[in-house]
Design a protein around this ligand. Structure first.
Ligand code: DGP
Ligand code: NA
Ligand code: NA
Length: 235
């Protein structure tokens, strides 16, 4: 029961996509847009490289696959831990009525790890990094109210000044990542709780921004008029 004066919870909006799709730019534009409307909004980003766990992840991403030595499962669990350590803060932020615009989350976690096997042969571990296995550690995290997938073909992504030097910024891997995201989208669509909005990220920054504004406005409206409780990931 909501007492008359109690604030409605904020909406949790997640932006996902392959590297170079423009997520980071769109997260800051959206955050600024909502703040300009005097709506309390916090931007989050995963991996959060500023924590101790995030420091380990950063070291991993910046080292080459040949140096390797880190088991694929161990690093997967670090990425998940990096989300879990933020989970109480995410839930609090929303409960206090602030909206969250988030740059990557558990979907990146599953898409990247499950896509990497052919790329990263430094791993000692055997067996498959199945979608199921990859999803397990993130089950129960606060779930987003909407996933905005900035869709960009690998050829387009590459045209954007090429990839940087980080471990995953290679075209074969990125192509596989994009198809893993599509699998996760269809799982969510079957489940029916977390709506996906696929946006063509090859359009101009301003065009993409306008589309996102409309998605975010509708999502905030839906969450607040329905007073929908925060859901849990894949639970
Ligand atoms: P970013 O800082 O958004 O560029 O992300 C760094 C890289 O890490 C990028 O290639 C995507 C990848 N990534 C993000 N989250 C995860 C995750 O949870 N697991 C794995 N394996 N990779 C991730
Ligand atoms: Na990157
Ligand atoms: Na980014």
């Amino acid at each position: 029961i909501t007492t008359p004066g109690s604030p409605k919870r904020g909406a949790f909006i997640l932006l996902e996509g392959v590297d170079r799709c423009g997520k980071t730019t769109q997260v800051s534009l959206l955050t600024r847009h909502l703040l300009n409307l005097s709506l309390a909004t916090v931007a989050y980003r995963f991996p959060d490289r500023t924590t101790q766990v995030g420091g380990l992840i950063n070291g991993y991403l910046q080292s080459s696959a040949e140096v390797g030595g880190v088991d694929d499962r161990a690093i997967h669990l670090l990425f998940s831990a990096n989300r879990w350590e933020a989970a109480p803060k995410l839930a609090d932020t929303l409960a206090q009525g602030s909206h969250i615009i988030c740059d990557r989350y558990a979907y990146s976690g599953v898409a990247f790890t499950s896509a990497k096997r052919e790329e990263d042969r430094s791993s000692m571990s055997g067996g498959e990094l199945t979608l199921d296995w990859c999803m397990c550690p993130d089950i129960g995290l606060p779930a987003p109210d909407a996933v905005i997938f900035l869709d960009l073909e690998q050829e387009e992504a590459e045209k954007r000044g090429g990839y940087g030097g980080e471990r995953y910024e290679k075209k074969e891997l990125q192509t596989r990542v994009r198809s893993r995201f599509a699998e996760l989208q269809s799982l969510d669509e079957k489940d029916g709780r977390v709506p996906w909005h696929v946006v063509d990220a090859s359009k101009s920054i301003e065009e993409v921004h306008q589309e996102l504004v409309s998605i975010v406005t509708n999502t905030i409206d839906r969450v607040q008029t329905e007073s929908s409780p925060l859901q849990r990931m894949w639970a």
